[in-house]
Design a protein around this ligand. Structure first.
Ligand SMILES: NC(=O)c1ccc[n+]([C@@H]2O[C@H](COP(=O)([O-])OP(=O)(O)OC[C@H]3O[C@@H](n4cnc5c(N)ncnc54)[C@H](O)[C@@H]3O)[C@@H](O)[C@H]2O)c1
Ligand SMILES: [Zn+2]
Length: 303
């Protein structure tokens, strides 16, 4: 799927690129193994006639060009935590300056066959709801309607005080107007957070809330921050009314996702997993399909 390379250091406006290991999307897989075909047939039987709910993660969007965190060949990253972001103006300048460069790459991403298969399955009634840990909005872009964005959305910005929401696109215009000398470069590598691997000048200007002048934050759940209680409870209630769980493209390393697998197993709901590589729920699953989500979900849910 991906390979590592090293970028030379270079300069770009007020940003200085530093040497980093980068992620490059390789050609999407075109076939799946006989073992995976067999697992799909078995899993289809397990899901037959059941009210299925899906839990998705970063692996679903890698074929759309958005890197995951823990797939094969990934270098460990340490995304900015909630405490660091809220703790200083300098940290927020760093976050928004890097996001200013990196976000447009996420905004341009298009849904892939995996997103489309889930949306089609939802439209036909084969799949009830999608709980996603992704913040990229690609399920909705593929036409899915019943989606809970567990960790929020990168295309929204929220005031941490009055909770006013604005679109990330609107914020982009404000950042551009405040920082006319900063040029975005499409050649800069970006990360799953819509962040770019750049070092940032402290001159970068960031806005506050236009209503109450408090801190603006991307409307996503940062590491070290909790999923809003009502959202987590709504997702759990939806799982309660389903009778099978389909897990796709997630290692389930993050507890806010893993708890759904634990709850499904506890109440005896069959769990089917489609993921390349291990997940924390492998031992709880009735079927584990080791295959690319773009290929496997269509075979599993459609036709
Ligand atoms: N697209 C996004 O919105 C995005 C991207 C990265 C991270 N995140 C955030 O970071 C957290 C990461 O946790 P996670 O479990 O979702 O991701 P993760 O990186 O821990 O796990 C992704 C898993 O998907 C597998 N995978 C990658 N491409 C695949 C493919 N095409 N087919 C099948 N499997 C594939 C990987 O091997 C890995 O096991 C999430 O909470 C999420 O909020 C979001
Ligand atoms: Zn406000």
């Amino acid at each position: 799927m991906r390979q590592l390379s090293e970028n030379p250091a270079s300069t770009c406006g007020v940003f200085r690129l530093r040497p980093i290991y980068t992620w490059m999307m390789l050609e999407p897989a075109t076939s799946i193994t006989a073992a995976a075909e067999y697992s799909i047939d078995f899993a289809r039987e397990q899901l037959k006639g059941k009210k299925v709910i899906a839990l998705t993660g970063a692996g679903l969007s890698t074929d759309s060009g958005i890197p995951d965190y823990r797939g094969e060949g990934r270098v460990a990253r340490h995304p900015m935590t909630y405490d660091v972001f809220m703790g200083s103006h300098e940290a927020r300048v760093r976050y928004w300056a890097r996001s200013y460069v990196g976000w447009s790459r996420i905004a341009e991403a298009k849904p892939n066959l995996g997103h489309r298969a889930l949306a089609t399955a939802q439209a036909s009634g084969r799949l009830r709801q999608i709980i996603t840990q992704n913040v990229d909005g690609l399920h909705q872009a593929a036409g899915a309607t019943e989606v809970i964005d567990l960790h929020g959305r990168l295309d929204r910005v929220i005031c941490t005080s009055c909770k006013k929401l604005i679109s990330r696109r609107e914020l982009d215009d404000v950042l551009r107007a405040m920082n006319p000398s900063v040029l975005k470069s499409t050649s800069i590598e970006f990360t799953p957070d819509g962040d770019a691997e750049v070092e940032v000048s402290t001159d970068f200007q960031i806005p506050d809330c236009s209503s109450c002048h408090s801190i603006l934050k991307p409307d996503v759940v940062f590491f070290g921050e909790s999923v809003p209680v009502e959202r987590a409870e709504l997702a759990m209630r939806n799982l309660d009314t389903a009778d099978a769980l389909l897990v796709a493209g997630t290692s389930l390393t993050v507890n806010s996702g893993m708890r759904f697998a634990r709850a499904a197993a506890k109440s005896g709901k069959p769990i089917v997993i489609v993921n390349l590589g291990p997940t924390r729920a492998d031992e709880l699953a009735v079927a584990k399909i080791e295959a690319n989500t773009s290929l496997a979900l269509e075979r599993l849910l459609i036709g």
